[in-house]
Design a protein around this ligand. Structure first.
Ligand code: IPM
Ligand code: MN
Length: 368
C-alpha cells in the first residue's frame, strides 16, 4: 500500500514520543512491503516562535496533501501562566481540526491487565473495561463566538451546536456500536443547556434508525461519576467537544495513565492520530515520557486510517508483550515494578523497535 504520512511532533514531550510512533510505522512498512513516505511540519509554540503562527500555511498545505497525520502535542507553560496572550499554541490544533473537517474524535479506553495496579482505582472495578468514546471535535463552546469586553471585566464563549453536527457524529457512534456490544450512552446537560436539549433530540432521532442498538442518555455530572463507579457498564460513549475532553482525561485513569491513550480524529476524508496527553512541559526533555500512546496512535492510523488491522494489531500486541515482560515507564510503574524494568522514553522506544524487528527476522519475508 502506498501512503503519504505527515508527522507533526509539536511541543514539549510531543517530539520525544512521536519519533517512536513514526519508527514503528517505518518497521511495519518494511515488513509488510508498504510504501509509506513521510514528511514533517511545525505546529504550536514551536511554530509561533519560528514564524508567529501556530498553524503555518505550509503545515496546512502539507496536511491537505497527506493521507494521514501523526501528531504529538501542543502547548507551553508560558501561555498557561499568561492568559492575556492572544496568539496561542492550541489555536493551531483547533484550526487544523476545523480545516480538515475532523469532526469525530475516537478515544478507545484500552485496559491492559498488566496495568490494573497502576491505576488509582481498584483493579476489580477496571478489569475488562472496553469503552470507545466518540467526542465531537469541531463544534461546541470550542468554536462558538468569543467575546471579551473592552474593560476586561466580562467574557463569554458561545456553546453552540447545529443539527447536522450532532447527527453526523451520532451516525458514526451508532455504526461503531453495531460492531461492538450494541450500546450507546449519549452524555449531555439537557436539564440546563439549550444546546444539550437539541443534542438529545437529535440523538433520539438517530437512535430510531438503529433499533438494534440500546441507547441511554446521561447528564455529564452523573456520567463523570458512573465512569469511575462502574466503567464496565459502558460500550460507546457519545458526547460533545467540551464534555468529551473532560471525560476522556478522567477515563485515562481507568487505563492507568494518560501516557497509554491514543486517539483518532476523522471526518469524511483523512485521519489525524494523536496521544490524548498534552505537551507535559513538567517532564519534557527528561526522557521519562511514555512512548506507548504515540505507538498506539500509529496503530490507530494503520487500522482506522488505512484499514490495515493486522499491522495495527502487531503494534498493540508488541506493547502488550512488553508490559507482560514487566517493562514500564515511570508513569505506569508501581511499587512492585523492579527498578531495572523502569525505562526511559528512548530505551522503551528502542525495545519496541527491537521487538518489531525480531517478529520478522528476514526483512523482506513478509507475513501474509
Ligand atoms: C485534547 C487537548 C486539546 C483539546 C487542547 C490542547 C486544545 O486537551 O486534544 O484533548 O482541548 O481538545
Ligand atoms: Mn484534552
Amino acid at each position: 500500500m502506498k501512503k503519504h504520512i505527515l508527522v507533526i511532533p509539536g511541543d514539549g514531550i510531543g517530539a520525544e514520543v512521536t519519533v517512536w510512533g513514526r519508527k514503528a510505522l517505518e518497521q511495519i512498512a518494511l515488513k509488510f512491503d508498504h510504501d509509506f513516505s513521510f514528511d514533517t511540519a511545525q505546529m504550536g509554540h514551536e511554530a509561533i516562535e519560528n514564524c508567529g503562527n501556530p498553524l503555518p500555511d505550509e503545515t496546512l498545505d502539507k496536511a491537505k496533501l497527506s493521507d494521514a497525520i501523526l501528531f504529538g502535542a501542543v502547548g507551553h507553560i508560558k501561555y498557561d501562566l499568561d492568559p492575556s496572550l492572544t496568539v496561542r499554541p492550541e489555536q493551531g490544533l483547533l484550526k487544523i481540526r476545523k480545516e480538515l473537517g475532523l469532526f469525530a474524535n475516537l478515544r478507545p479506553i484500552l485496559v491492559f491487565d498488566e496495568l490494573l495496579g497502576a491505576s488509582s482505582l481498584k483493579p476489580e472495578i477496571l478489569k475488562g473495561t472496553d469503552i470507545l468514546f466518540f467526542r465531537e471535535l469541531t463544534g461546541d463552546v470550542y468554536f462558538g463566538e468569543k467575546q471579551l469586553s473592552a474593560d476586561r471585566n466580562t467574557a463569554s464563549d458561545l456553546m453552540i451546536y447545529h443539527r447536522y453536527e450532532i447527527e453526523r457524529i451520532a451516525v458514526k457512534a451508532f455504526e461503531a456500536a453495531r460492531n461492538r456490544r450494541g450500546k450507546v450512552c449519549s452524555v449531555d446537560k439537557a436539564n440546563v443547556l439549550e444546546s444539550s436539549r437539541l443534542w438529545r433530540e437529535v440523538i433520539q432521532e438517530v437512535a430510531l434508525r438503529y433499533p438494534d442498538v440500546q441507547t441511554q442518555h446521561l447528564f455529564i455530572d452523573n456520567a463523570a461519576m458512573q465512569l469511575i463507579r462502574d466503567p464496565k457498564q459502558f460500550d460507546v460513549i457519545l458526547t460533545g467537544n467540551l464534555f468529551g475532553d473532560i471525560l476522556t482525561d478522567e477515563a485515562s485513569q481507568i487505563a492507568g495513565s494518560m501516557g497509554m491513550l491514543a486517539s483518532a480524529s476523522v471526518g469524511d476524508k483523512m485521519g489525524f492520530f494523536e496521544p490524548i496527553h498534552g505537551s507535559a512541559h513538567d517532564i519534557a526533555g527528561k526522557n521519562i515520557a511514555n512512548p506507548f500512546a504515540s505507538v498506539l496512535s500509529a496503530a490507530l492510523l494503520l487500522n482506522i486510517g488505512f484499514g490495515l488491522k493486522k499491522e495495527a494489531d502487531i503494534l498493540t500486541n508488541t506493547i502488550s508483550d512488553l508490559l507482560k515482560e514487566g517493562y514500564r515507564t515511570l508513569d505506569i510503574s508501581t511499587p512492585e515494578t523492579l527498578a531495572k524494568n523502569i525505562l526511559g522514553t528512548s530505551e522503551m522506544g528502542e525495545l519496541i523497535i527491537d521487538k518489531l524487528k525480531e517478529l520478522f527476522p528476514k526483512p523482506y519475508d513478509h507475513v501474509t
